[in-house]
Design a binder for this molecule. Structure first.
Ligand code: SER
Length: 325
């Protein structure tokens, strides 16, 4: 029997993870928590919880007999560069608070997403390995390196099993773009489907590693269920599925929407993207806990368009119904 607490449950990963955990463990085993909730109506218990408040986390763990935590509450890279102090406070202190509260009440596992942002400019950018050096140039990256180090510390000192993996950009139609640097990709899809042109904040030739959200959710569930003895690292596993540049994505989307056009107006996010790897070596994740991405870039583009078109039609229908009840 598990009781899983999710922090930051309304964010990009949380909204996709809840249904997967409910399917596997039943809805009474999943508790969603965040500082605010979106309109999406998850059929699980929801608790307002701020990860910067350690006592509040302790109360939830104790009162709900939480056995495991997916700690997803964090400020993403683009927002973090605008508000570095707040980002350290939420991502750094928040992670410390979750680990400390979990240690106090003997939680079994904490799963935390790390990021390609842990890497910096001192390494070769292609096929980056888990143990390549991590000297990030962004505050977001600094907080993720800190989380990885805390994961090792709390696992070896307190016997909680802290686990995770470094995600690349995650492409999803379920959540709107949420202040990540890689989110231009989702935004480009949304503009194309809505027949609007798009202004991209990255240069056309900026390669970044990416993956489709079902593969990210599958990875989280797999590492959650992995045998402790099969894990060589805590949160240092790399995962990804493919790499593309904004202009490559544009060409693929244009095949479906020939009139779609993109302008490029790079801003501060270009520096963030340029400090990150172009591709990752994820072989250790395959070997240790069976990571196996199913979606290629072409599958992803097709599936995104089918689902965003469906959502657009549903929204149009809702609008018509409210205008002509
Ligand atoms: N997708 C994240 C971001 O862009 C990277 O971890 O912030």
């Amino acid at each position: 029997m598990v009781t899983i607490l999710i922090t930051g449950s309304s964010g990009q990963i949380g909204s996709d993870l809840i249904p997967a955990l409910v399917r596997k463990y039943g809805k009474s085993s999943v508790i969603a928590s965040d500082i605010t909730f979106s309109d999406r109506d998850y059929d699980v218990e929801k608790i307002r919880l701020d990860v910067t408040k350690k006592e509040d986390i302790e109360t939830v763990i104790k009162e709900k007999s939480v056995t495991d935590i997916f700690h997803l509450g964090a400020i993403l890279s683009a927002s973090a560069e605008k508000h570095p102090y707040e980002a350290f406070f939420v991502n750094g202190n928040g992670t410390l608070n979750v680990m400390e509260a979990a240690a106090k009440y003997s939680v079994n596992r904490i799963i935390i997403p790390s990021s390609i942002a842990v890497f910096g400019n001192d390494i070769a950018k292609e096929r980056v390995k888990p143990m390549d050096s991590t000297h990030p140039t962004t505050m977001y990256g600094i907080t993720k390196v800190l989380s990885e180090l805390l994961a090792q510390y709390y696992t070896s000192t307190y016997g909680i099993s802290v686990r995770g993996m470094r995600f690349p950009g995650i492409i999803s139609y379920e959540t709107p773009p949420m202040a990540g640097t890689t989110d231009y990709a989702v935004d480009m899809f949304i503009h194309a489907v809505n027949h609007e042109n798009y202004k991209c904040y990255l240069k056309p030739d900026t390669p970044l590693p990416m993956m489709y959200f079902p593969d990210a959710i599958d990875a989280l569930v797999k590492i959650f269920e992995a045998e402790e003895r099969s894990l060589r690292y805590r949160m240092e596993y790399n995962v990804s599925a493919f790499t593309f540049t904004p202009s490559e994505l544009y060409s693929l989307i244009k095949e479906y929407y020939p009139d779609f056009s993109v302008e490029y107006e790079p801003d501060y996010r270009q520096n963030i993207a340029e400090s990150w790897p172009h591709s990752l070596d994820y072989f250790d994740a395959v070997k240790d806990w069976g990571y196996s991405p199913r979606f290629s870039l072409n599958d992803t583009v097709k599936d995104m368009i089918v689902n965003l078109e469906r959502i657009r039609k549903e929204n149009d229908m809702k609008k018509t119904l409210t205008q002509n009840p």
